[in-house]
Design a protein around this ligand. Structure first.
Ligand SMILES: [Mg+2]
Length: 129
């Protein structure tokens, strides 16, 4: 069974780039879903089984931090591993997101970095089969 991934970013170009990188990474992918902000992301999570969320921080309507907070408050989405891909440089802000259980990948990123981060998260977080 492939990994079902939700990609949340307000830039459609960035989403396409992340998805292309995922396809180049050699990971066994299942379904890939996209959302343009945190609210759409939560909606997507309520509709289909998702193994991993890749999300942006700065987005209109609902940003990545608020989406992550809401995910952690709901029993259905609490344990879904999250990886943030951003140019964010503020250590305070990154630490806050890491405390919410997110891994952090800086832009620009390579397929190897994405693959290693995902493998690590699915290995450590391993309560999904
Ligand atoms: Mg953005």
């Amino acid at each position: 069974m492939g990994i079902n991934i939700l990609v949340v970013d307000d830039s459609s170009v960035m989403r396409a780039m992340i998805i292309k990188t995922l396809r180049m990474s050699g990971l066994d992918l299942g379904e890939i879903h996209e959302a343009a902000n945190g609210a759409e992301g939560l909606d997507s999570l309520s509709r289909q089984w998702t193994d991993l969320v890749i999300l942006d921080i700065n987005m209109p309507v609902m940003n990545g931090e608020d989406m992550l907070k809401q995910m952690r408050e709901s029993p259905e989405t609490r344990d879904i591993p999250a990886i943030i891909i951003s140019t964010e440089g503020s250590k305070t802000r990154i630490d806050k997101l890491v405390k919410l259980g997110a891994s952090f990948v800086h832009k620009p990123f390579t397929p190897e970095i994405i693959r290693n981060t995902i493998n690590q998260r699915l290995g450590i977080g391993g309560d999904h089969e």
